[in-house]
Design a protein around this ligand. Sequence first.
Ligand code: GLU
Length: 551
Amino acid sequence: MDNAKLAKLLFPDVVNTPDYYEEKFPYRKLPAKAQVTRMAPSPTGFIHLGNLYSALADERIAHRNGGVFYLRIEDTDEKRKVDGAVETIINVLRYFDIEFDEGAGFDDDAPQNAYGPYFQRQRVEIYHAYAKSLVERGLAYPCFCGEEELEKVRVRQEEAKVLTGYYGEYALCRSLTLEEIEAKLAAGESYVLRLRSQGQQGREITFNDSIMGEIKLPENIHDIVLLKRDGVPTYHFAHAVDDHLMRTTMVIRGGEWLASVPTHYELFHVLGFKMPAYGHTAHLMKFDEETGGKRKLSKRKDPELSLDYYRKDGYHPRAMKVYLMTLLNSNFEEWYEKFPDKDISEFPFTVEKMSQSGALFDKDKLHNICKNELAKLSEEEMYDFLKSWAEENEPDNAKVWFDDREKLLAILRLYMGIGMKRRRKDFVYARQIFELIGYFFDTEKSEAKDGFRLDKDEVSAILRDYLEGYSHEDDNQAWFDKLKGIADRHGFASDMKAYKAQPDAFKGSISDVAEVVRIAVTKTANTPDLWSIIHIIGEDAMREKINGVIG
Ligand code: GLU
C-alpha cells in the first residue's frame, strides 16, 4: 500500500505537519517541579461535586509549584452540548474560588492563551495533521463499514464467543487495497478514520497511576475511531493531541476513565508523544440508609451531587473547599487542626496522599466544617457573603433583609458571638442562617419552630404579666429581675438553686418562664441573649409578636 498516496487522498487540504505544531507549541518554560494540569469537561451544563473535587486537586497540583491550570472544552460531541455551559463551569468554579490561568474563558488573543484554541471544535485542522501523519505511517485507515456491517460482525463474534469489537481479522476495512479505497471514495461513500491498533490480545500494559499506583490492564487491540464521518475527532484522539500540544504534564480525572487508559496509552505511543502522568480519582461515596452500606453518589438520587445545590443554599465556598480538601488529602485535617488560620493554599498538597478508595461524603462533617469556617468571618464579611447570596437566590427577601444595614450587622454580631469569649457556631449556610434569624423581619410568616411546653393559659398569663411590667429602658439585669418576679408570681422558682433542691415544690423554673418569652418572640427555644434580641427587634415589634401569641 502506498500510504503517502492514501494520506494525500484522504487529506488533500492538510498542509501543516505535526512538526509545525510541535514548534508552534513548544514545551513550556516553567520551574523544575511545576505541573501543567487541566480541566477538560464536555459542555453538558452539569457540573458536580466530583468535578469540583478533581478541579481542586488540579488547581492545587499546578499552583503548589508555579505551574499552570487551564480549561479546555471537549465539545466534539455536538449532541451533548448545552448553551451557556462554559460560562456555568467558569462561574461555578470561580464561586468556589478556583481560577484558571489559561484556556476557555479568556480572550483568544490574551497573552496567556498561547496554546489555544481551547475548544476542540476549533482545532479540527490540528487533529487532521496528526491523523494524516498516522495514515502516512500505516497506523490509520479509512473504514467504510456502516451500522449493518458492524452489526453482522458483532453477531459473528457472539456466535464464536469471542470479544466483540472492531479488531484484527474482524476489522473488515483493515485490508482494503488502495484501489478499493479509491473506488469507494469515488462512489461518494463516507468513512471514519480508524487506528490500526498494534496491540495484541493476551498482552498487558503496566501503568503507574499517580493515585492508584501500579495497574495492569489488557493492551488495547481495537481499531478505535479517530475521526468521525464528518471529520470531527473522537474524544480519545482529540484529548491525546491536546494534552500533548498543550504540554499537559498531569491529568487528574474521574475513575470512570481508567478503563480508557489502554486506548490512550496506545494513542500516545503511535503518535510519538510522551504520556502525561495520570491520576484517577476515587468515586465519591455515601452511606445508603436503605442498605446500610456504601454506594456511589448518583446524579439521579442525590441532589447534593450537583454543585448548584450548594450555591442555591449558600454554602460558603471556603467551607466547601476545606471539606473537599479533607476528602482529597488524608493528612489535611491534621494540618488544618494545627494551623486553623492558615490559608489552604499553604497546605503541602501531594498527589500521593490522595485517597485510593471511595471518599465518603458526609454531610454532618461538611456542616461542622461550615460552622467552624463561618466562625472565622467578621460580621462585615458575613454580611457581604449573605448579601451576594441573597441577591442572587432570594431577590425579594433580600430587599427586606438588607434594608437596614446596622440592624443586620447587629443581628450577625449577636448570632456570631462577636466580642464574646467564644464565638457561637449556629450558622451553617446562608439559607439556614435566614431561617434562624427570619423572625427579625416581616418576611417570616412561618409557624413556631418549637412549641410551648406549658399549656396555653399558663403561657398567656405569663406573657400578659410580662407585657404589663415591660419597660424598654430596663437594662439586661433589670429586665431579667422582672422575669424573676413573673416566675415567683406564677409558681415557678426564680432561683435555680431553690428549684434544684426542691423541684416538686414548683411548676418549673425561671428558665421555663424565659423560654415562654423566647418562643413568643423568636419562635424557637434556642437563641442568643434574649434581651439583646428584643433590643434589635424594637419594643413595638416585640409587643406585636407577643400579642399574636396571647391571641
Ligand atoms: N471530556 C471528558 C469528560 O467529559 C474529560 C476526560 C479527561 O479528563 O480526560 O469528563
